[in-house]
Design a protein around this ligand. Structure first.
Ligand SMILES: Nc1ncnc2c1ncn2[C@@H]1O[C@H](COP(=O)(O)OP(=O)(O)OP(=O)(O)O)[C@@H](O)[C@H]1O
Ligand SMILES: [Mg+2]
Length: 306
């Protein structure tokens, strides 16, 4: 796959603040790529450099083969940008905002009616911006980012502050953008969002990228531990049997519930094998798999929410 965005050795400071110390990554055509990290990690700054809104102190960036800072006008028609916490005039109507945005581009805009339908804003066409709910404002800002039928879409913290329902609706929408063959570059500090939405993620902290990969591979790389929690009818010698399972690190028991911790993908199979071999009857069985949140904790020593 050909890279749509190429970032190499980018550094950006604001006075004494080093917002981005050193960032290098590529975004491939047709993927949803996420830049994840805690508040202040440098995500927005990196994205704004890629969009051509800010000039990096050093390093190089290419978007669709163009220099986003020097060739910003050429690029503008081909990208769509949703800014973190964008505000519009209070009394601009939804359709007016769409019309205004469409007029900014040197090419034919997409079918605005269809776009508003897709974003669930059809019945808000005549509403003022100030009378939209947070989720509707967010959807409008995504509509504005898509009005020029861009090849690359930039979404900065697209679901921050939304309720779970609105969030899921917006995730579906972003997946639709990918289905239409477009490339999506987004930032988020929600690990669940990254895990569910992104094909690949770059983990950023203190202006540096720590690692880049698919969420699954990152989890496998940094968090190979697995946990099985099961309830038995009669503990008997079960605990002793569980201790003999290969790669088991700890077995704890509270009343009839065992928690078995160990390493590697085979742990669960080995536990099931042990249960059947020793005819241990279970009344409940579940596995706990680590996620990106755990990866973040492992890599940085702190939770992303701290
Ligand atoms: N225009 C600016 N002037 C000065 N400092 C800035 C400016 N914009 C960002 N910073 C600083 O640069 C650092 C990185 O900020 P940035 O907005 O890129 O982080 P972020 O990862 O997007 O955070 P968040 O998750 O809160 O959106 C922060 O320390 C911030 O205070
Ligand atoms: Mg930000």
């Amino acid at each position: 796959m050909r890279p749509v965005i190429e970032v190499s050795g980018v550094r950006k400071t604001y006075g004494k603040t080093v917002a981005v110390a050193d960032a290098s990554f590529e975004v491939h055509e047709g993927e949803i790529f996420g830049l994840i990290g805690p508040n202040g990690a440098g995500k927005t700054t990196t994205m704004e450099c890629v969009e051509g809104l800010r000039k990096p102190d050093s390093g190089t960036i290419a978007v669709l083969g163009l220099d986003p800072f020097r060739q910003v006008y050429k690029l503008q028609d081909r990208i769509g940008v949703q800014l973190q916490q964008a505000q519009l005039q209070k009394r601009i109507k939804v359709w007016e905002a769409i019309d205004l945005w469409a007029s900014l581009y040197g090419k034919k805009p997409v079918d605005a009616k269809r776009l508003l339908d897709q974003l669930g804003l059809a019945d808000k066409r005549n509403a003022w911006f100030m009378n939209l709910s947070g989720g509707q404002k967010q959807r409008l800002s995504i509509a504005l980012a898509l009005i020029n039928d861009p090849e690359v879409v930039f979404l900065d913290e697209l679901t921050t502050g939304l309720d779970p329902q609105a969030r899921h609706a917006i995730w579906d929408l972003v997946r639709d953008i990918r289905v239409r063959g477009k490339t999506v570059f987004l930032t988020t500090h929600l690990m669940e969002e990254a895990e569910r939405l992104c094909d690949r993620v770059a983990i950023m902290e203190h202006g540096r990228i720590i690692d880049i990969d698919t969420p699954e591979k990152l989890v496998r790389r940094y968090c190979p531990e697995r946990t099985v929690v099961l309830d038995v009818e009669d503990p008997g010698d079960a605990g002793a049997h569980f201790q003999t399972i290969p790669k088991v690190e700890s077995v704890t028991c509270a009343s009839l519930r065992f928690t078995i911790r160990g390493q590697g993908d085979d742990l669960v199979t080995e536990v099931i094998h042990c249960l059947s071999e020793n005819r241990i009857r279970v009344t409940d069985f579940r596995t706990i798999l680590p996620n990106l949140e755990d990866v973040f904790l492992k890599l940085t020593g702190r939770s992303i929410r701290e």
